[in-house]
Ligand binder design. Sequence first.
Ligand SMILES: Cc1cc2nc3c(=O)[nH]c(=O)nc-3n(C[C@H](O)[C@H](O)[C@H](O)COP(=O)(O)OP(=O)(O)OC[C@H]3O[C@@H](n4cnc5c(N)ncnc54)[C@H](O)[C@@H]3O)c2cc1C
Length: 379
Amino acid sequence: MDINGHNNLVEIYKNSIAIIGAGISGLALGIILNKQNIKSVIFEKSSSVSEYGAGISISKNGQYVLSELEILDNLKIISGNPQKAVFFSGSKKITSIESNVVTTSRKSLYDLLLNKYIDTGGEVCFDYELINVNNLNKMVFFKNGSSYEVSHIAACDGINSICRLRTLESSKPQYSGYSVWRSILDQKQQDINFHLGPNFHVVTYPINEKKTSFVAAVKKNKKHKESWYAKGTYDDLKEDIPQEILMKYKDLKVTNEIYKWGVFVRPKINLLFSENITFLGDAAHPIVPFIGQGGCLALEDSFLLGNLFSKYSSIKDIQINYQRLRQKRIQFVAKSSFNQGKLNHLKHPLLIFLRNYLMKNTQIIKYMTNKIWDYRPYL
Ligand SMILES: Cc1cc2nc3c(=O)[nH]c(=O)nc-3n(C[C@H](O)[C@H](O)[C@H](O)COP(=O)(O)OP(=O)(O)OC[C@H]3O[C@@H](n4cnc5c(N)ncnc54)[C@H](O)[C@@H]3O)c2cc1C
């Protein structure tokens, strides 16, 4: 306490932007702010940045941001760099295209982002779980009893965002009708494989020279819990995905690390900010994970918002321009992701035939992916 009775601790971050969450958007935003000498501090609820047991693919739009953050080259060295994406209808090959994506483990990506954030002068407070915010008075409150006044709040706290819950809406997430299986397999794979339905799809890719990411989405009335850590069994998986596909991924039979969860959707938010809080990544726009874009959108958000902080001095100008630059893009990608789920899971034989025909005989895949991947986040 000072002589006026103020708690100095509460004010130590008064001139810093509080970034809530050391995930993809939070770390990327922190790096961009550091590069412009804008003070920030990240508050993360976990005791370390650890994202084991899952893969992530980064398309050209996300790679552009990683290259601006100067971590793309290092990421490529430790990742899988598939040359081809091969599409199957069930287990029968439809076609293949050249691949431009970096496929990696989440841990590799998070570690590189964290190291870069620290190297550029960043500070992360681990074991700081946000429980409340006051977006009028710029105050953040944590489960460990601490509270701070900050210069702005960047909500990067992911799909179950407390920032969003406390400031925007409290409506419950709804089950999307899809459940997803995931595992990291101890087996080598060169290409990306897509196995399309009916009623399911499976995506596998190398995350480095030795391991393969396996993700399977199933359309199901019975909902699973929305949990990243809920385990499933191979026997359950066999009920959802045909045996002839699972046989290609032999390690599934022996690994203990198979997880399953229900994909839930949240109401769309129309404004990406509210008073002194701005939303990024899944906290701003949780999308179904069928075109591998949630993380790439999070990178785009961080890149634009971070650069707007150095372009404008008023927070209102920053937020209005962020909204202007992001809203259309986010809506387009969210819609494309939802529609892709439907296309992947087609059941009617005629529609399946038509989809496969177009994929094989036209440039439709290239056209659709380029519309998403060719985006560059310019101010
Ligand atoms: C199965 C699946 C596959 C996917 N595949 C891809 C893909 O291939 N490519 C792609 O681009 N995207 C993919 N995504 C989406 C991607 O994972 C997310 O969109 C991305 O991680 C969002 O980044 P974020 O920074 O918003 O949140 P996150 O990366 O989830 O980070 C949120 C952080 O906030 C912390 N946090 C949460 N609550 C609090 C709190 N109260 N206080 C403090 N800290 C808190 C969390 O611990 C975490 O560290 C996939 C998603 C799923 C489910």
